[in-house]
Design a protein around this ligand. Structure first.
Ligand code: SAH
Ligand code: SF4
Ligand code: F3S
Length: 470
């Protein structure tokens, strides 16, 4: 069972030796490597589309590529370090074996690091920011004609790439990302995203619904609507305005066979209208990623999150009362500026109160230009940050195990995504509540909806046996 590739990544692209034929056909091959969040994965699909329309081929084999593009993330220092190490490695290969190789940096590191990447370190030939992907083929021509680096890192107030049909570069053929808005205006004190991706803007409703309709027709069974703060989505046209709750509702009408998820939502914008869409529409998943960041109101204020602990807890209670069985996940930062031991314990107690099904947990990493970098001191020592993060992770692992155990014995509808990572005799898929379930392959194929009885679990995975087709 292979992942279904719906895109013309030609078989001969995959291992194409660097032949004169390919050169003379003028078809240069591009290898795209994506770091960071789902938005970057979705953006790589836009880049793949723009390049393909300009006559480039796509390859999954780095050695066959004429152009290697890294779509980068700047959210924490270690994300940037990873990309820098990779660039040095590629740079060394270029120097030794492939002087004609073009190296490019796209995405969130582009703006801030363009001078360093181009001048001080001379690492790359191409730097393209997240709003300049329409320009990428021209920039590639420019660098190959002039032998000089080419750059476009301008941020836009309008660009949503609404008319570009993404090329699903790394697809499983079952579930797809659909970008609905870009940028972020929230300016959380710790966060670099407003600087790397610019102002918030929403994509026209019709283009989103059209893309989801096409995905359903192609056999996709799940869409995740993407943005930095999806629930602040608002598109206004000719006097009528559509908000996020209305958008999710409209997407849910595309097909009863198409599951709808979204990521990421901000607690301040999680409306009752949206919660009612979760309740009323069976194909809108019973799951919300609702990043809290911290459990103490003073820290939340320093973080400029615009809600306090009690407000957040009230929202969780309201969400669970409107949407029975709702599963929740979150993001948490340990060791933010000025965090005391008591404030840290408030994060642990909030986690005990909410009992998230899943969490993404990070040690605070100061980012240049942010409000926190300008106004506060990054004063929690590294070893204390690490210890607090470990406590948070250990607590969440216990809670995830306990919430998973509650599922054992129950029956869930599972959308099969592909093989289990461990064994080709098993398949893996997700429940409506976003939990990964592994069960025997039988004759199940990606895209099937199986009804599965849960027989066991770890903190990360449920195990089960298929009962019948859902
Ligand atoms: N737009 C999303 C988050 C995008 S970044 C939202 O608002 O929820 C994903 C997560 O990275 C954030 O939720 C936060 O927990 C974490 N993060 C962001 N900046 C960080 C920093 N400077 N140090 C550590 N973690 C950070
Ligand atoms: Fe960053 Fe806050 Fe915007 Fe999320 S909402 S992207 S954390 S500024
Ligand atoms: Fe990273 Fe940019 Fe996403 S900084 S987390 S890739 S928006």
């Amino acid at each position: 069972m292979q992942p279904i590739l719906d895109i013309p990544i030609l078989e001969d692209d995959l291992d194409a030796p660097r032949t004169a034929g390919a050169e003379s056909a003028g078809r240069r091959l591009v290898f795209l490597e994506t770091y960071g969040c789902q938005m970057n994965v979705s953006d790589s699909e836009i880049v793949a589309s723009v390049l393909q329309s300009a006559g480039y081929g796509l390859t999954h084999d780095e050695r066959a590529a004429d152009v290697v593009l890294l779509n980068t993330c700047a959210i924490r220092d270690n994300a940037e370090q990873k990309v820098r190490r990779r660039l040095e490695e590629l740079r060394a290969r270029k120097r030794r074996h492939r002087p004609d190789l073009t190296l490019g940096v796209l995405g969130c590191m582009a703006e801030r690091l363009r001078h360093k990447l181009l001048e001080e370190e001379q690492l790359v030939d191409l730097v393209v920011g997240p709003d300049a992907y329409r320009d990428i083929a021209r920039l590639l021509d420019e660098t190959s004609d002039s032998g000089q680096a080419a750059v476009n890192v301008l941020l836009s107030r309008e660009e949503t790439y609404a008319d570009i049909q993404p090329v699903r570069y790394d697809t499983n053929g079952v579930s797809a990302f659909v970008s609905i808005m870009r940028g972020c205006d929230n300016m959380c004190a710790f966060c670099v995203v407003p600087f790397t991706r610019g102002r918030e803007r929403s994509r026209p409703v019709d283009s989103i619904v059209a893309e989801c309709t096409e995905l359903a027709a192609m056999g996709y069974r799940e869409v995740t609507l993407l943005g930095q703060n999806v629930n602040s989505y608002r598109f206004t046209d000719a006097g009528t305005s559509v908000d996020f709750a209305e958008l999710v509702y409209r997407v849910s009408l595309v097909s009863p066979e198409l599951r709808v998820r979204y990521s990421t939502s901000h607690p301040k914008d999680c409306s009752d209208a949206l919660l009612h869409v979760h309740r009323e529409r069976p194909n809108v998943c019973n799951y919300i990623h609702l990043p809290v960041q911290h459990g103490n109101s003073d820290v939340l204020e320093r973080m400029r999150r615009t809600y306090g602990r009690e407000e957040y807890l009230a929202l969780v209670e309201r969400a669970r009362s409107i949407v029975p069985g709702l599963s929740l996940s979150t993001d948490i930062i340990a060791g933010f500026c000025g965090e005391t031991e008591d404030e840290h314990r408030d994060t642990l107690s909030l986690m005990e109160t909410v009992r998230y099904d899943h969490a993404y947990m990070f040690a605070y990493s100061e980012r240049p230009d942010t409000y926190a970098a300008r106004k506060y001191v990054d004063d929690v020592p590294e070893d204390v940050k690490k210890r607090r993060l470990t406590e948070i992770i250990e607590l969440q692992t216990r809670i995830s195990l306990e919430t998973n155990r509650v599922d054992v014995g129950g029956v869930h509808d599972v959308l099969v995504e592909g093989f289990s990572r461990r064994s080709e005799t098993q398949v893996a898929g997700r429940t409506d509540t976003n939990k990964m379930v592994v069960f025997d392959r039988g004759s199940w194929r990606p895209g099937d909806m199986a009804r599965v009885r849960i027989t066991g679990c770890t903190s990360a995975t449920l195990f089960g046996e298929a009962v019948e087709a859902a």
